[in-house]
Design a protein around this ligand. Structure first.
Ligand code: ADP
Length: 313
């Protein structure tokens, strides 16, 4: 099987994760337990792909601090190639405060630190690691000017581009939107971009039609426990989520995006890649943490075989 090279562009944060019985209301003080976990959308996505056995490159910016060293180590340990990672003198690493309630719902606040200082120039340096025929994945924690440059490079480098518009920011040019191959928002990002509330596959179809007008070749909306909906000019399909017991939804979308890219790079057809990505994301939400809960290829195969048996019964 020919594998296509894979490279992620995105953010890395140290997540301070508080587990609480339920999420607090304004003014309320609760007792919880704290875990410090490596996180950040881009890092989670790259780790999800690496856990599946790929060796993706990752461009991110880390501070020259203790958190940065810890984050760098966790990327290396997971099998992510760190050649393009920037260690930034005098800048703090990104950090996030994550609260997870007993029902798996979360609340997140981020201080982006060094992540915010990516520029067209730093992207040009990192682009040396984009290999021919690569699949490139980017998320929106990277400043828009840097994203613009990355998307512009598509004409020259001829990669396939997956864009996860998270968190949604304004200012991306029409040309940049039109260079996207797969646009992968979740429900709230879809709402921010289109004003359409996605509750089921019908409303997802409605939103996807609007998103296609932005210019991407295909739209892939994730609906949490509602599954995922794919749409391009010639076809569309919705797949229901795999039924699992939810423990922690942190990183579900990242697991999905990282795995979708990984399966495409292995040459799987789109529908098969979506189904595989949903299995990876289902396994991710059934365990605590983000990067630590990304499954291996073997675990995913076992899970998918079990599902096939359930579907046949
Ligand atoms: P995000 O984490 O970006 O908000 P979603 O919540 O849409 O992303 O989840 C991404 C994917 O993860 C979904 O398409 C689905 O396949 C899987 N997923 C999320 N929540 C669940 C769940 N409760 N049960 C099973 N799969 C889930």
């Amino acid at each position: 099987m020919t594998m296509r090279p894979l490279m992620f562009f995105g953010t890395t944060n140290l997540d301070l994760c508080f587990n609480v019985d339920r999420l607090p209301t304004p003014g309320e003080t609760l007792i919880g337990t704290l875990a410090r976990n490596p996180g950040g959308k881009g890092a989670n996505q790259a780790v999800a792909a690496a856990r599946l056995g790929l060796q993706p490159y990752f461009y991110t910016r880390l501070g020259d601090d203790e958190a940065g060293r810890q984050l760098f180590l966790s990327l290396t340990k997971a099998g992510v190639r760190t050649d393009a990672v920037e260690i930034c003198q005098g800048e703090p690493s990104g950090s996030a405060m994550v609260m997870v309630g007993d029902d798996g719902a979360n609340m997140i606040v981020i201080d982006p630190g060094a992540n915010l200082n990516a520029t067209a120039l730093t992207i040009d340096r990192a682009a040396a690691f984009i290999e021919p025929h690569a699949i490139v994945v980017a998320e929106m924690g990277i400043p828009v000017a840097a994203l613009e440059r990355l998307f512009e490079l598509k004409a020259e480098k001829n990669f396939e581009l997956i864009f996860n518009p998270a968190p949604v920011r304004p200012g991306l040019s029409a040309k940049a939107w039109a260079s996207i191959d797969y646009l992968t928002p979740n429900q709230s990002e879809t709402f921010e971009l289109t004003g359409v509330e996605v509750l089921d596959f019908d409303s997802a179809a409605n939103a996807a039609e609007k998103l296609l007008k932005f210019g991407p070749r295909a739209v892939l909306i994730t609906l949490g426990a509602g599954g995922a909906y794919y749409c391009d000019e010639s076809r569309s399909f919705g797949l229901p989520a795999f039924p699992v017991k939810v423990v922690d939804t942190t990183g579900a979308g990242d697991a999905f995006n990282g795995a979708f890219a990984a399966f495409l790079s292995q040459g799987r057809a789109v529908r098969d890649a979506v189904r595989g990505a949903m299995a990876v994301a289902a396994l991710c939400v059934s365990r605590r943490g983000a990067q630590d809960s990304m499954p291996t290829a073997e675990t995913v195969d076992v899970f998918l075989n079990q599902q096939t048996v359930l579907e046949l019964e």
